[in-house]
Design a protein around this ligand. Structure first.
Ligand code: MIC
Ligand code: SF4
Length: 647
């Protein structure tokens, strides 16, 4: 068999299973990453495992999301994470050092390795020829404890890129084109593997924009080969020893093929409020803007911001627009400062934020009432910017910069001097290397004390699966419900990530403010969802908080990969409608009954009685035997507890 790159990496890490599409495989994890909004839960879980040191080759913990210190919560969490890193042998990237995904591939990623991260955009790292995969915090904790990663063998889809982008069209437009074609659920169960002659024109940062937003299609990951361009990048990072060449075999076999001719691409934009609502900028009427944000783990590289600066130089941001910019990492920030680019941005009226996630996830810089914001980030879900009535568009830094000047969403290709403006721009040959904001692991850490602030509450653990579940429908949701809908993120809510009792109070808060009272009234309940339930962020709070409020299971038309795993990990049964029409027959507050739950789970066919409407319908589960056992025990942590108790 002529092997593709993804298969080669998976095979070299295979611990068990057959690499047949859809079958469960277990692979060794070399590296992990966590950050401050998923890390606390991951380490609270890790602490319960009683393991003296992490067992991965390298694990890194980042402080990059919760950077606003409005009260004690975020700084307390950062102190906790730093003490955990010291105790268990992790690298700790301090607040100010940059966004986890960017810093990780700059300083730690290695071609050919497997990285597991408790963030849905972990695939960003696959830009350098590693397989970087997003997961819930508990999966990452287990990987740090030396457990393999279990995943369904994905389909490997070859995306062949031909042609060349014209000036003003960017890597962002390639991935927006993918979203236009594939939709927010088109990537579920797939790895997109990029090849083709156009790769020679795409830098590592361009590639990282594309691998980053593979997450928006629900893909397991997206990967590029480790070619000469990646080699150059490792040289520039002074990490040549970590580089190795990695390509798919010639004429490698793939499960599907997609071709994109870059000559034909135009600047694209994702319209509110889904990343796949993509159209050409030129199709839009002049949409007036209140805010432009250039930043996030998708598009905050040296070249992204340099191109924006070139466009902005000599102009002032439109009087009605607030332009905010956050460099992706301290390395990028330092180089932009050195080369006078920040000065150009500031002269044009840009507001510079610290290196971190910030506005991308509603942590500061919310738009005004009914505000219209254009962003280079990756998600434009309703409410994610911090206000429910905002309309958020997603586009490249080039579109963002020209639009910030004009005051409406504008097409940079129509600016006839762009080619000239970008003519001499090259990725730097050397980067500023300064790891002083990364605290390396400590050798002798036995005496290290874990420091816990008052906001850090223990991880709640589920009960064993009840045999009879007689529950009410506490939430009845439509299609494409995101984990942002289930657990909203913004400056205020993200500060509650280490406190499940507190954060559970905002479950579904933005879309269904009565949910929490309803769930509490029913004590035990079930959620009904449409297609692609739980898409988006990896936040396992979207499983833990409902579990804490007594939710026993979710019945949906289909489920997003990471969220489904999070449900299983925390003991909530992920049921799928056998006949999608049955979804319509159920209403909120209906009383449902499932009997002989564990027996039915084993058969994978679960009959549910609707006691309110007096009919029965069939659901099924796509679970391995291992997952059935986890659910019967009440989740992974409960299972570990049971195993420890029987020793
Ligand atoms: C996001 O982009 O939504 C986040 C915040 O980075 C999340 C992590 C989380 O909310 O726990 C993600 O992408 O997984
Ligand atoms: Fe941070 Fe936004 Fe990237 Fe999530 S998507 S890691 S919030 S920058």
């Amino acid at each position: 068999m002529r092997k593709n790159l993804s298969r080669k990496i998976l095979e070299s890490h295979l611990i068990s299973g057959n690499m047949i599409v859809g079958e469960e495989i277990a692979v060794k994890v070399d590296q992990t990453l966590t950050h401050d909004v998923t890390g606390t839960m991951a380490y609270l879980a890790f602490e319960t495992m009683n393991i003296p040191k992490i067992k991965t080759e390298l694990s890194a913990s980042y402080a990059d999301h919760n950077l606003l210190y409005a009260d004690n919560k975020n700084p307390d969490d950062h102190v906790y994470l730093q003490s955990i890193a010291k105790k268990y042998g992790l690298h700790f990237s301090r607040a100010g050092n940059g966004i986890c995904h960017t810093v990780h591939f700059e300083r730690f990623g290695k071609p050919g390795q497997i990285l597991l991260g408790s963030d849905s955009h972990t695939p960003t790292g696959s830009a350098i020829g590693m397989l970087a995969i997003g997961a819930g915090g508990l999966d990452v904790a287990l990987a740090m404890a030396g457990e393999p990663l279990y995943l369904k063998m994905p389909k490997i889809v070859n995306v062949i890129l031909t042609g060349k982008l014209k000036s003003g069209v960017a890597a962002k437009d390639i991935v927006l084109e993918m979203l236009r074609r594939e939709s927010v659920k088109g990537g579920v169960g797939k790895i997109y593997e990029y090849t083709g002659p156009a790769l020679e024109y795409l830098t590592v940062y361009d590639r990282s924009t594309i691998t980053n937003m593979g997450a928006e299609m629900g893909a397991t990951t997206s990967v590029f080969p480790s070619d000469e361009c990646v080699h150059e990048f490792f040289r520039a990072q002074n990490r040549e020893k970590d580089w190795k060449e990695l390509y798919p075999d010639e004429n490698a076999e793939y499960d599907e093929v997609i071709e994109i001719n870059l000559d034909t691409l135009e600047p694209l934009v994702a319209q509110p409020a889904m990343p796949d609502k993509v159209c050409c900028v030129s199709e839009l009427s002049k949409i007036k803007l209140d805010q432009v944000f250039i930043g996030s783990c998708t598009n905050a590289s040296y070249m992204d911001l340099t191109k924006a600066a070139r466009i902005l130089k000599g102009h002032t941001v439109h009087p009605n627009v607030s332009l905010v910019i956050a460099p992706g990492s301290r390395q990028i920030f330092s180089m932009l400062l050195r080369d006078g680019i920040i000065a150009d941005l500031v002269s044009a009226g840009a507001r510079i934020l610290e290196c971190g996630c910030g506005p991308c996830v509603g942590i500061g810089q919310a738009p005004k009432t009914n505000g219209i914001s254009l962003r280079t980030s990756n998600r434009n879900f309703k409410g994610r910017s911090g206000t429910l009535d905002a309309s958020v568009y997603l586009a490249s830094p080039e579109v963002a910069a020209i639009s910030a000047i004009k005051g409406y969403i504008a097409n940079p290709v129509l600016e006839n001097n762009l080619e000239e403006l970008f003519k001499d721009l090259r990725e730097p040959k050397e980067f500023i290397i300064d790891d002083t904001m990364i605290i390396p692991p400590e050798e002798n850490s036995k005496a290290v004390e874990i420091i816990r602030g008052p906001n850090i509450k223990p991880m709640p653990i589920n009960e064993a699966l009840p045999e009879k579940v007689q529950v009410h429908v506490s939430a009845y949701c439509g299609d494409n419900i995101t984990t942002d809908d289930i657990i909203p993120a913004n400056a205020q809510f993200s500060a509650l990530r280490s406190n499940i009792p507190a954060i559970s109070e905002i479950t579904f808060g933005r879309i269904d403010p009565e949910f929490v009272n309803r769930a509490k009234k029913y004590k035990k309940s079930i959620i009904v969802g449409g297609e692609n339930y739980g898409q988006g962020s990896s936040r396992e709070h979207a499983a833990i908080a409902p579990m804490y409020l007594g939710v026993k299971a979710v019945i949906a038309k289909s489920l997003a990969r990471i969220h489904k795993n999070n449900l299983i990990n925390h003991g909530l049964v992920p049921l799928i409608f056998r006949n999608k029409e049955d979804y319509e027959k159920i209403s909120q507050d209906d009383e449902l009954l499932i009997e002989n739950f564990s027996e039915q789970l084993k058969s994978r066919k679960i009959l549910v009685k609707n006691l309110t409407k007096n009919f029965e319908f069939e659901t099924y589960v796509e679970l391995t035997d291992r997952e059935v056992e986890i659910l019967k025990d009440g989740g992974q942590l409960k299972q570990v507890q049971l195993k420890n108790a029987s020793k």
